[in-house]
Design a protein around this ligand. Structure first.
Ligand code: MTE
Ligand code: MO
Length: 213
């Protein structure tokens, strides 16, 4: 127990000294679970991901079709608005930028925001440039294994900080678990937590946690 405690503190000091611990965060070696509502069940026969809104052509993929899309692996630091940070997490899935570069999705020039639609009507909004950056992934695997049900199985958005990169890093809530739809939008629309008072930009380095404080 004591060993584990010292291990965490040493690890945290090291991350702070190397500039990887954002203000107001502390390091966790666990992987906490946070969401509103129940964990949905997954049926591979009926699951689909619908891409719609400001796109040249709407497309809906079955689970089998989604698994044929080109895949990407990334390692990121995750920062949760509830003040835990988890470092060097390994993810695998599909990058939105790749889907667009390879013509699987053709957004209209008017597309400026992305709304992630999740099971149980949960939504979360991000600007298109955040959605297309390499630190946002449509993830199916964490740490070499399919996502666990409470972390978003079978598919979630995940967003974090890639060490050494300059991409904007929002808090982890900007990745929706149990994804079922991607809506490209001309105008911004607030998601579930944003409507509840969370900051719309959510930049971890600026500590943009809540809209009014
Ligand atoms: N569908 C859905 N996705 C969600 C949420 C939620 O309530 N529902 N909560 C967000 C919040 S607030 C956080 S901090 C992260 C937590 O991800 P984790 O449970 O894998 O740590 O999921 C985000 N994605
Ligand atoms: Mo959160």
């Amino acid at each position: 127990m004591l060993n584990k405690l010292f291990g965490r503190r040493d690890d945290e000091d090291e991350k702070r000294q190397s500039g990887r611990l954002p203000p107001g965060q502390s390091l966790t070696q666990r992987f906490p679970v946070l969401h509103y509502g129940p964990v949905p069940s997954f049926n591979p026969q009926t699951w689909s991901l619908r891409v719609f809104g400001e796109v040249e052509q709407e497309v809906t993929w079955t689970w089998e079709q989604f698994n044929q899309l080109p895949r990407t692996q990334i390692t990121m630091d995750l920062h949760c608005v509830t003040r835990w940070s988890k470092f060097d997490t390994a993810w695998e899935g599909v990058a939105l930028a790749t889907l667009i570069a390879e013509g699987f999705i053709k957004p209209k020039p008017s597309a400026r925001y992305l709304l992630q639609h999740c099971e149980n009507d949960f939504t979360v909004n991000i600007p298109i440039e955040v959605a297309l950056a390499p630190n946002f992934l449509l993830a199916t695997h964490y740490d070499g294994q399919p996502l666990s049900p409470d972390h978003g199985y079978p598919l979630r958005g995940v967003i974090g900080h890639i060490v050494g990169s300059e991409h904007k890093t929002p808090y982890l809530w900007k990745g929706g678990k149990w994804l079922r739809g991607l809506e490209f939008m001309a105008q911004d629309r607030l998601g579930f937590w944003e409507q509840a008072g969370y900051h719309n930009e959510a930049d971890v380095w600026k500590e943009e946690r809540f809209a009014y404080d």
